[in-house]
Design a binder for this molecule. Sequence first.
Ligand SMILES: CC(=O)SCCNC(=O)CCNC(=O)[C@H](O)C(C)(C)COP(=O)(O)OP(=O)(O)OC[C@H]1O[C@@H](n2cnc3c(N)ncnc32)[C@H](O)[C@@H]1OP(=O)(O)O
Ligand SMILES: O=CC(=O)O
Ligand SMILES: [Mg+2]
Length: 562
Amino acid sequence: MELETSVYRPNVAVYDSPDGVEVRGRYDQIFAKILTREALSFVAELQREFRGHVRYAMECRKEARRRYNSGAVPGFDPSTKFIRDGDWVCASVPPAVADRRVEITGPVERKMIINALNSGAKVFMADFEDALSPSWENLMRGHVNLKDAVDGSITFHDKSRNRVYKLNDQTAKLFVRPRGWHLPEAHILIDGEPATGCLVDFGLYFFHNYAKFRQTQGSGFGPFFYLPKMEHSREAKIWNSVFERAEKMAGIERGSIRATVLIETLPAVFQMNEILYELHDHSVGLNCGRWDYIFSYVKTFQSHPDRLLPDRVLVGMGQHFMRSYSDLLIRTCHKRGVHAMGGMAAQIPIRDDPKANEMALDLVRKDKLREVRAGHDGTWAAHPGLIPICMEAFTGHMGKNPNQIKSMKREDASAITEEDLLQIPRGVRTLEGLRLNTRVGIQYLAAWLTGSGSVPLYNLMEDAATAEISRVQNWQWIRYGVELDGDGLGVRVSKELFGRVVEEEMERIEKEVGKDKFKKGMYKEACKMFTKQCTAPELDDFLTLAVYNHIVAHYPINVSRL
Ligand SMILES: CC(=O)SCCNC(=O)CCNC(=O)[C@H](O)C(C)(C)COP(=O)(O)OP(=O)(O)OC[C@H]1O[C@@H](n2cnc3c(N)ncnc32)[C@H](O)[C@@H]1OP(=O)(O)O
Ligand SMILES: O=CC(=O)O
Ligand SMILES: [Mg+2]
């Protein structure tokens, strides 16, 4: 089916919402096939049953932050030692996804979904999170696209190239990543309050696709999910209950739904066993979400000027704290019988410069070889052009074995300590680091405000997670008047210096993108928002949450109640 959304005509049609549910997003006949009364009722049930738990979990995050801001550091929880020491395993891996050596990721955009499913990767993670700007249009089109993808009917006509895209016979297995617990969905009110974004993403996708997915993709299991940005196992416990609730509603076996949790916050690295324990029969592993993890390191230690990061480009997987995190994740997953997935190298193919392209591909190759040699069972690719390199690295090492769960136990990694996981990364801080953070942060935000959640910038993939690093690092450097020790100038970061950097980088952006695009884009608005966030007295928790209102488009309040 080709997706053609219709033109908005006020007051002619409304979504058929159940009691207590109000849809404030634009009406569209195509969206109405997703926002059915039954699907909205399911989302409302999830919201009503779990909103108290979510609220409590978010309060606990705030409480933990208060402790870290008063000097505490995260660590293993003595009260759950029995879980870490216990001899238990998760449910066995579903055969359909035993082999996940290369997973491609991307936003739930129509052409990209088809390209990703056809890419030759074993898995496609369709993203409502880091790679998506969660506007109403993007979200609803995303659901329409996924439904068409799961039932196999998805097509796309690229009119400019007169090219029709459709699915190959063999496609990647689909995982869906809903938003994090912290994000609301302001276009759907339940009992007068914005719904929890991830319950909307999960609920709508599950409701419409579970049956077909289990028949065609999951060989009796599924649907499959990736779960982002959790900070504690109590958040995994909520997901586990959501899954049980969904399975009950659908009348399918407990343990059908499977999820891989991204370990991408610093507190969560101390909770990996506990997270797997909570999800148990619903788990299919953990993944190293390295970019959010770096962001979370800065956020957790926002008030610890003795734990500053060096320039963003220097915080790679070679840093002791990053290597320890990935090694302990492998050890934990393999002890519990599930996949230990690697992460995303930020390099993407560079079309117009063969030498630079070769260097970028070589960095990806090295990163993937490090992962497979360490014992990871698979990895992420941001672009179809990287799949052959990732495949080669993993297949070269694993051969025909679908994974390394049994063969790479990594018992040596049991010795990893809290000190290893928290070790301060080494490297210098430079004015160029401050400039790059600023240039990237502003351009990413400008893209996000206009509907793009992942973009190529300076030959790297940038998404919400990578942009967050730029924002929080700038904030911390300004806050503590950090000395930029890497360029021999000994300059200290101040609001004045940052102000000058912003001005100069905006001029540079204008030159780079061209006057016309600069004028038509949202660079000035993005600059204002980014500057405000970097200089705020208190660090905002999330960039995308702080600016979310700018992409909320409520249609006439009375429309859904006519
Ligand atoms: C930290 C994290 O959370 S990582 C996970 C979240 N981030 C992501 O998923 C990023 C995914 N990747 C992307 O969004 C894109 O690759 C970008 C933005 C980085 C680069 O995009 P572009 O510059 O447009 O790529 P490019 O022009 O080289 O694309 C070439 C082709 O590959 C396709 N393509 C590029 N990336 C992807 C992808 N991830 N999935 C599917 N197809 C893709 C394009 O659609 C295009 O197809 P076409 O030739 O049929 O028109
Ligand atoms: O979601 C992945 C990350 O690296 O962040
Ligand atoms: Mg992430």
